[in-house]
Design a protein around this ligand. Structure first.
Ligand SMILES: Nc1ncnc2c1ncn2[C@@H]1O[C@H](COP(=O)(O)OP(=O)(O)O)[C@@H](O)[C@H]1O
Ligand SMILES: O=P(O)(O)OC[C@H](O)CO
Length: 505
């Protein structure tokens, strides 16, 4: 990189992966290889059991800092970045005052369950079928609408003049782009909008009926842009020159794009804070028989919108963090694979990863995490192994549901995300599914997808399939032909799940 001059054409694409656990910036070169990355872990704020918040100012400051750090590490300047693509944790949302630029409250994170009673009230009123038809989603505290409704009610109780002032609402993409653009862009894209419960999936616009039902003023909401396409620039003073912003995607949709899943039947599973199995369904909205979500894949100008089916599992890497930060029984996530491998099995111990209720295919907001089968012989290693096994079991449930919905069994699972660096987990996943599991070298497919999308949108790259084909595979985990242990254990685990559901508050 050294020796380049200001007249050199831009030769990199920057991607932001603004995830639940942390914020990351990556630079990619013209061959699609990653040049450098910078990361900051994000503090998780738990004001009450079942609640989870993020500090929006911290997200913004960390975004700035990782962007500057990655350019410094690669030795490049802003003029040498052809475009920026963003992939963000979805559903997490906030309100802010555009005059002061300050958030009115912490962001309420997708895992936060505080609005479960409101969702239940709406379900009891019989509203779910209509909402499901309009949005493709289920009525669950996971999505943004009830979180924004909670913020509106809570904040206007504290400040009765609030509703007469100008307020902006948005998911993390909107908040960060508003700041990156110096307050000039209040936008989101179709993939993020499709996770709010306020977006009409068929019409691809904010749904006035839903906004009214949830009490969200439409003027609070950002403009919806295509996922791929230049939407504006970063403010020049932030990095010394303006960088074109050319892609905005929900992180799971970005990973789908990186894996080359742009046609019906192609799917991937990302193991980050949660696990998300997403299958492209082409330009038609597929409706699940197993309570999977119908959602937007991504949109591009002058092309039909792509849709997807999704199984969202709320807790996967998050339960490893809980072993580390909550229980303090491990020092780092990386030691869990070798701890689990020390044992021939989990000693009859099963874990239900319902730390934030259960998502697909159960959608039980009142389920709670549980260990079953504890005996006097259970040690720390058993706890770790049972937790890792549970991550694989919940993916198995969703893979089975997707296969039934699509009418064809899956032949191979493509994976990515921070938790899939765990060899034990990947091998157990292959064993329980009975099919190979393919892990790429670059686990951050989320950022890679945002980079591909931005680079394609500005003509930095032209051949999407060539980019996908050039991604090196790290390892293919073949199912162990000798062992049907994983599949037997899966059935017992389902018993454990049944017992953890509908837990009384
Ligand atoms: N070796 C490992 N084994 C299991 N989980 C891991 C391992 N390394 C990281 N993780 C988990 O991966 C998650 C971070 O992955 P990442 O893809 O960055 O998540 P996100 O996009 O949700 O922020 C954390 O929850 C962490 O506990
Ligand atoms: O932070 P991640 O990568 O686990 O993704 C969060 C999802 O977007 C929530 O829907």
């Amino acid at each position: 990189m050294t020796g380049s001059t200001s007249s050199d054409p831009p030769f990199t694409i920057m991607a932001l992966d603004l995830g639940t656990t942390g914020n990351r910036a990556l630079l990619f070169d013209r061959s699609g290889q990653m040049l450098a990355q910078a990361y900051r872990e994000l503090p998780q704020i738990y004001p009450q059991p079942g609640w989870l918040e993020h500090d929006p100012q911290r997200i913004w400051q960390d975004t700035l800092s990782v962007m500057r750090a990655v350019m410094q590490e690669a030795g490049i300047r802003a003029e040498q970045v052809a475009a920026l693509g963003l992939a963000v944790q979805r559903e997490t949302c906030l309100l802010w005052d555009p005059t002061t630029g300050k958030p009115l409250h912490n962001a309420i994170v997708w895992q936060d369950r505080r609005t479960a009673p409101l969702c239940q009230e709406l379900i009891d009123q019989g509203q779910e079928p209509d909402i499901r038809q309009r949005t493709g989603l289920v009525l669950d505290a996971y999505f943004s609408a009830t979180k924004l409704a909670w913020l509106r009610e809570h904040l206007s109780a504290q400040d009765p003049g609030l509703l007469s002032r100008r307020i902006l609402a948005g998911t993390i993409d909107s908040w960060v782009i508003w700041n990156l653009s110096g307050g000039s862009l209040h936008i989101t894209d179709d993939s993020n909008a499709s996770r709010t419960l306020l977006y009409n999936l068929q019409e691809r616009r904010w749904d006035p009926t839903l906004c009214e039902r949830f009490g969200i003023p439409m003027q609070w909401l950002p403009d919806i842009c295509p996922s791929l396409g230049r939407v504006g620039y970063t403010a020049p003073d932030l990095f010394g020159a303006a960088i074109p912003i050319a892609a905005i995607l929900g992180d799971q949709q970005a990973a789908l794009l990186a894996h080359g899943c742009d046609r019906p039947g192609l799917m991937k599973c990302t193991y980050g804070t949660g696990s998300f199995l997403v299958a492209h369904t082409g330009s038609t909205i597929a409706r699940s028989q197993h309570r999977l979500l119908s959602t937007l894949a991504w949109t591009s100008p002058n092309q039909p919108a792509g849709y997807a089916l999704e199984g969202s599992m709320f807790t996967s890497g998050a339960c490893i963090q809980w072993l580390r930060d909550g229980l303090g029984i491990i020092h780092s996530a990386d030691e869990t694979a070798s701890l689990a491998q020390q044992l021939p099995d989990s000693g009859g111990l099963y874990f239900v990863p319902a730390l934030s209720g259960l998502g697909a295919p159960h959608w039980d907001m009142s389920a709670r995490g549980a260990f079953f089968g504890i005996t006097g012989g259970i040690r720390r290693e058993h706890l770790v192994r049972a937790v890792l096994e549970s991550i694989a079991y919940q993916v198995k449930e969703v893979v089975d549901a997707v296969a039934e919905d699509l009418g064809s069994p899956l032949q191979r699972l493509k994976v990515d995300g921070g938790a899939c660096r765990n060899d034990f987990l990947m091998q157990w996943q292959a064993n329980v599914l009975g099919i190979p599991v393919e892990r790429p070298q670059l686990l951050d497919a989320t950022a890679q997808g945002a980079a591909f999308a931005a680079g394609l949108a500005v003509g930095f790259w032209e051949d999407y399939l060539a980019l996908v084909a050039a991604r090196p595979v790290d390892r293919v985990f073949q199912p162990d032909p000798e062992s049907d242990l994983a599949q037997t254990c899966f059935r017992t685990w389902q018993e454990a799940v049944a017992r953890a559901k509908q837990w009384p508050e």
